[in-house]
Design a protein around this ligand. Structure first.
Ligand code: FES
Length: 237
């Protein structure tokens, strides 16, 4: 295996050829925020949160897909890098519902955490909000495309890990969505309700159904008729 010598934030490191800048940085404890990247799936380089400066390159590069090369010098925390990341997060938030306090993922949302890490208190851009119906017609998952940041992690979990291929990107531009083919609800798709998509979703675009309230009511108020659906058996690929 061939190794290359690179410098990240002043630290010299030797990495196997083919390693990405993100992997190299993480191997020496340098933190770079990510959203579309997931260590178990092929990187896509779509969200641009992981931008870094490579000295000599014409623009900032997405570290999750940029391979290291001999003599490379990388800066992960310059003013330009921080400003670019901040703008990317603000653009995502500009289209995002402003319901964090009542959101199921509040305090466990990767977008919320990155926004806090970037010190975002105000969004400079006025974006359009999406208004898709929430897919709630199945016993296991809630899919809210209004909270989707199009990172594609659910698509890769469903295809690369589970081999089920329920999700795909549809449409273009602002109208791009992640949905089952022909935009049918999950209950009409080949979904096995394994929950891997919810597991990797960085926001609350896909979450496991929370029946806690209904179960509690059924247990403590037996006169009240409450229908509690249970999830079907999970298929493990
Ligand atoms: Fe690198 Fe999204 S994490 S582009």
């Amino acid at each position: 295996m061939e190794y290359v010598n690179i410098t990240i934030d002043g630290q010299q490191v030797q990495m196997p050829q083919g390693t990405t800048v993100l992997e190299a940085a993480r191997s020496i404890g340098v933190k770079i925020p990510t959203l579309c990247y997931h260590p178990e799936y092929k990187p896509e380089g779509s969200c641009r949160i992981c931008l870094v400066e490579v000295v000599g390159a014409r623009s900032l590069v997405a570290s999750c897909v940029f391979p290291v090369s001999e003599g490379m010098v990388v800066n992960t925390n310059t003013t330009d890098v921080r400003e670019a990341r901040r703008a990317v997060v603000e653009l995502l938030l500009a289209n995002h519902p402003e319901d964090c306090l009542s959101c199921q993922r509040n305090l466990h949302c990767e977008l919320q955490k990155i926004a806090a890490d970037c010190g975002i208190r105000k969004i400079r851009f006025e974006g359009e909000k999406k208004d898709y119906p929430v897919d709630n017609d199945n016993p296991a998952l809630v899919r809210n495309q209004n909270k989707c940041i199009l990172c594609g992690r659910c698509i890769r979990a469903c295809s690369e890990l589970q081999g089920v291929n329920v999700y795909t990107f549809a449409n273009r531009g602002f109208n791009t969505t992640v949905s089952p083919a022909f935009n049918v609800g999950l209950h009409n798709a080949a979904c096995t309700f394994c929950g891997q998509c919810a597991n990797v979703c960085p926001t609350a675009a896909i979450v496991e159904k929370d029946d806690t309230k209904e179960v509690w009511e059924a247990l403590h108020n037996p006169t009240k008729h409450v229908v509690v659906q249970t999830a079907p058996a999970v298929r493990v690929a």
